[in-house]
Write a protein that binds this ligand. Structure first.
Ligand code: MN
Length: 285
């Protein structure tokens, strides 16, 4: 199942390249009062609602995808977790440039751990990326994004894929510079999630996915998740040994070699095998 959010908070399923509105099926969601839960209610109830969503999609006419504005498929994530250097070839690329990193970084992700991005930085592909500080280098990082489906702590890698609600394409936009990662990677619109969430029955092995990004038609990054240093189950184990994971939490799994700058006016097209493609416009904030 491919679940998207679009226009003014409508929810749809994508079937054979067309969108079908399933928003009426969300009436079955619990009504929350203050204080709100730490999780995303739709993602938390996705398995329970799935049959109703698919039934609703069968009743609703197809809408061409190019007629809608795609939002982030997760509306209210509690956390955006992200992995630093997590592809072997990207690690080599970084190691080769002593001006970027120094010394022994072979266990970089094990030493560095994970980091968090502000949830206020999250947008969908249709909203675009709005660059701040355009006098500095602003980079694209295309990443496989994992959406957590149920609450867990100290999850073992062997059990980890059972906690996944689905997969998306993520862009971890980044200002290069000396500041903390979370500061440089959290301006509004610097976390893109889309074009839809694909449930794990359509992606049995997240460690065998080709991913790429083109900027104005030029291929910048083109790699396969089989090059991960720490794979998806390992990242869930790492993250949940520090944080309780909640439904709707997102893990950006790290970017492969080929990161590069974008500027206002550029158009990025990011693709991941079995998920699809998303077009994201770059402008100045
Ligand atoms: Mn990244």
């Amino acid at each position: 199942m491919k679940l998207c959010r679009y226009n003014d908070d409508f929810v749809g399923l994508v079937i054979d390249g067309c969108l079908h509105d399933v928003t009426p099926a969300l009436a079955a969601l619990p009504v929350w009062r203050h204080p709100l839960p730490k999780h995303d209610p739709l993602i938390a109830n996705l398995a329970r609602l799935r049959a109703a969503l698919e039934e609703e999609a069968g009743r609703s006419p197809p809408i061409p995808l190019d007629r809608v504005t795609l939002l982030s498929p997760v509306a209210n994530p509690g956390k955006l977790i992200a992995a630093p250097v997590n592809y072997r070839k990207h690690l080599e690329e970084v190691l080769a440039d002593k001006q970027i990193h120094h010394g022994n970084l072979i266990n970089e992700i094990h030493r560095a751990g994970l980091f968090l991005k502000a949830t206020s930085s999250l947008v969908g592909p249709g909203e675009g990326v709005r660059l701040v500080h355009t006098d500095r280098r602003n980079d694209h990082e295309v990443e496989l994004a994992v959406v957590i489906g149920r609450q867990g702590r100290n999850i073992k890698a062997a059990d980890a894929l059972g906690y996944v609600a689905g997969y998306c394409i993520g862009l971890d936009m980044t200002i290069r510079g000396p500041e903390e990662r979370s500061y440089r990677k959290s301006p509004d619109s610097y976390s893109v999630l889309g074009p839809w969430l694909v449930t794990p029955d359509e992606i049995p092995d997240p460690s065998k996915l080709q991913l790429s990004i083109r900027v104005n038609g030029e291929v910048r990054q083109d790699a396969n998740t089989e090059d991960f240093v720490v794979d998806v189950p390992g990242l869930i184990e790492m993250a949940s040994s520090f944080y309780t994971l909640h439904p709707g939490d997102v893990i950006y799994t790290g970017t492969p070699q080929g990161v590069g700058p974008v500027k206002p006016g550029d158009v990025m097209v990011a693709s991941i095998e079995r998920i699809g493609s998303m077009t994201v416009a770059v402008s100045a904030a």
